[in-house]
Ligand binder design. Structure first.
Ligand code: URA
Length: 241
């Protein structure tokens, strides 16, 4: 198996990130530095990344209803609670598929499958990520329309999004809006609303492709079954091999 695929299979990094690790000189096979991206790994080879051996474990997939106040990383140098801490029984080295902010709640997939992760998060695969945002201000078709065409955040235009106005509370001067996007840029939903003059004060991800949170309370998690995993693969319109 090609070295970058082997690293992705081991759940250490996506294939593209694995190539970066190789270019940075962090990957060895049987103690020899890997310099060629096309290098093949044979059975019995010992692959190390940054001096630590990596292993190909069984692929596992979990669905978590992330509560507020938890960070979407594998570890935290400030000792804050991470999403990994919420799945103490899981022995495999899983990590989140994309990120939710510390204060964002809702649907998060965790896996040790790097290729699956790539496919789920690549915008060209157009997997729906559905968010429900409570925003300060009154949402109208007029102020939300730019989101359907794309707005510039951090110097780059977002891909067209869909929205549904769920509630407008004139008395409290706030609204609830569902937004469907295919990307996963940093603080994307908050920044998109901000760009049309609406500040997000509560955010939750309610759906990811074919998955929703039915039956899972905040902090709960469960393993995804084969059917759910293949449905997610099928939701990707452009399959990255
Ligand atoms: N967009 C955000 O702004 N925050 C999230 O957590 C997810 C999407």
């Amino acid at each position: 198996m090609r070295i970058n695929k082997y690293i992705a299979h081991a759940g250490v990094a996506s294939r593209r990130k694995a190539e970066e690790l190789i270019k940075k000189g962090l990957v060895t096979i049987n103690g020899q530095l890997v310099t060629e991206l096309a290098t093949m790994v044979k059975s019995g080879d010992v692959v190390e990344v940054s001096g630590s051996p990596i292993y190909n474990e069984e692929k596992v997939y979990y669905l978590l209803n992330k509560p507020r106040g938890v960070i979407s990383s594998v570890s935290d140098d400030k000792g804050r609670q991470t999403v990994i801490d919420l799945l103490p029984q899981v022995k495999e080295r899983i990590y989140p598929v994309g990120r939710l902010d510390w204060d964002t709640t809702g649907l998060l997939i965790l896996t040790n499958d790097g290729d699956f992760t790539d496919k789920m998060i690549h915008p060209r695969n157009e997997i729906d990520k559905v968010y429900v945002a409570r925003v300060k201000g009154l949402a109208t078709k007029e102020n939300l329309r730019p989101l359907t065409r794309g707005v510039v955040i951090d110097g780059k235009k977002t891909k067209p999004a869909r929205y549904t106005i769920i509630k407008v509370d004139r008395e409290k001067n706030r609204s609830v809006v569902e937004l469907v996007i295919h990307e996963g840029r940093n603080h994307q939903v908050k920044k998109m609303f901000e760009s049309v003059g609406l500040l997000v004060d509560k955010l939750s991800r309610t759906r990811f492709g074919t998955l929703d949170l039915t039956g899972l309370r905040p902090g709960d998690y469960r393993r995804l079954n084969k059917k759910e995993i293949s449905q997610l693969h099928n939701a990707a319109i452009n399959k990255i091999k």
